[in-house]
Design a protein around this ligand. Structure first.
Ligand code: PMP
Length: 419
């Protein structure tokens, strides 16, 4: 690409760099759902930092709060000391997110990534139960550290890091590329049989909506049965809401669709509001058996992310904000239905502002890659997911206006048609 100079990146950055290879431009500015390269080329962003930019780029309300904080020399780093920024965030989180859902969960800041939250959640579960085993599901993605990778499905990433799965038992997700499987029935059989070889685990960790795994929403019934089973056996239930949370599916947490409450919730990505790093574990007060300092970290709670995150919680509390997201979600759903009608080989899944376009039986990975490339060339950023990158994942900002959404969908539709 002659318009950009990549030489410094190529010379200095590790070969492990990834997204830049799919989107070979040099980005410079962004606003709302629009990303601009340094030569002024504009892209509509249907990727949103892998679900981090639920409020779009540089949301004016969040930006104002951040710039005010910077202008008054607000504390920028505070370990886990008490700060005004943290107090304001906790207050908004309590008012806008926890209390309306009847959640009395305690907050443990981790940081700064989602992986850190998963790592801490597994530790909380083991610390509180005194047990070691974890049950996870096929297709799961929970992170890249040794603990979180051990409970993730991807063989390739684990092999690259020589990460084993000792203490982890994998069970098929409710639905997946291989079709339905009665995983709850299977788990029940294993847990109830003292000779099954499965010791009672500390926890079950699950994404209520698998995103990296290929956009597979778990049904409400399946999540309810999982809740009932884990309660019966005294096994903690961890919902990883890192990508499915913060309003992405229409409710603040995806698990609300099922009307169940998990013992432990991991939250990151969009909770920082502005693309700023923030991650946390929420857990039932009874699980708070930590002694001070048993789990620490330098970057637990980015102060600027607290500021933006508090403002983002306020946005979520506004009726108008949720209405915009709901209008977008309905348009996305209709787009999915139209696509399915035009080509029955395409499978479409989704919930709220997430759409997965599964091309497994309609050209597979190669076609998905062609579509992604074509979208990029015509000004749209979309990412692939699924076992073999055979699913196009559509993740517009929740704040996107209908006209912009329509333009992006037109580009996507055309790319699917011609690829
Ligand atoms: N859990 C889920 C469900 C995720 O989608 C991700 C990131 N894609 C993670 C954990 C890990 O988060 P991070 O990349 O911030 O470490």
């Amino acid at each position: 690409n002659a318009a950009y100079d990549f030489s410094l990146f190529e010379a200095m950055e590790s070969e492990v760099r990834y997204y830049c290879r799919k989107f070979p431009v040099v980005f410079d500015r962004a606003r709302g759902a629009e990303l601009y390269a340094e030569d002024g080329r504009m892209f509509t962003d249907f990727f949103c930092g892998a679900g981090t930019l639920n409020y779009g780029h540089n949301h004016p309300y969040l930006k104002r709060r951040i710039t005010e904080y910077l202008a008054r020399d607000g504390v920028m780093h505070g370990l886990d000391m008490y700060t005004v920024a943290k107090r304001t965030f906790l207050s908004r989180l309590g008012e806008q997110v926890l209390a309306p859902r009847g959640l009395d969960h305690k907050v443990q800041f981790c940081g700064p990534t989602g992986t850190d939250a998963v790592e801490a959640a597994l530790k909380v579960a083991r610390r509180a139960t005194g047990r070691r085993g974890i049950v996870s599901f096929t297709g799961a993605y929970h992170g890249m550290s040794r603990g979180s990778l051990a409970v993730s499905g991807g063989r390739r990433a684990r092999a690259a890091g020589q990460v084993g799965t000792a203490d982890v038992t994998f069970v098929p997700y409710e639905d997946g590329p291989a079709g339905p499987f009665d995983s709850i029935g299977y788990l029940e059989r294993m847990l109830s049989d003292p000779s099954s070889g499965l010791d009672i685990p500390a926890a079950v960790i699950v994404e209520p909506l698998q995103m990296e795994g290929g956009v597979y929403p778990a049904s409400a019934d399946w999540l309810r049965r999982l809740r009932e089973l884990t309660t019966r056996y005294g096994v903690l239930l961890i919902f990883d809401e890192i990508q499915s949370g913060c309003g992405r599916t229409g409710t603040f947490f995806c698990f609300e669709h099922a009307g169940v409450v998990p013992d432990i919730i991991t939250v990151s990505k969009a909770i920082g509001g502005y693309g700023l790093p923030l991650s946390m574990v929420l857990f039932r007060p009874g699980l708070d058996v930590w002694s001070p300092g048993e789990h620490t970290g330098t970057f637990r709670g980015n102060q600027l992310a607290f500021v933006a995150g508090a403002a983002a919680c306020e946005l979520w509390g506004q009726e108008g904000f949720r209405t915009t997201a709901a209008v977008g979600a309905r348009r996305l759903e209709r787009f999915g239905a139209e696509l399915r009608d035009s080509d029955p080989a395409i499978t479409v899944r989704g919930l709220g502002m997430v759409l997965g376009i599964d091309l497994r039986a309609a050209g597979g990975t190669e076609r998905a890659e062609r579509i992604q490339r074509r979208c990029f060339e015509t000004g749209l950023i979309v990412e692939l997911c699924g076992r073999d990158d055979e699913v196009i994942k559509v993740l517009p900002p929740l704040t996107i206006d209908l006209a912009r959404l329509e333009r992006g969908l037109t580009v996507l539709h055309r790319a699917i048609q011609v690829s």
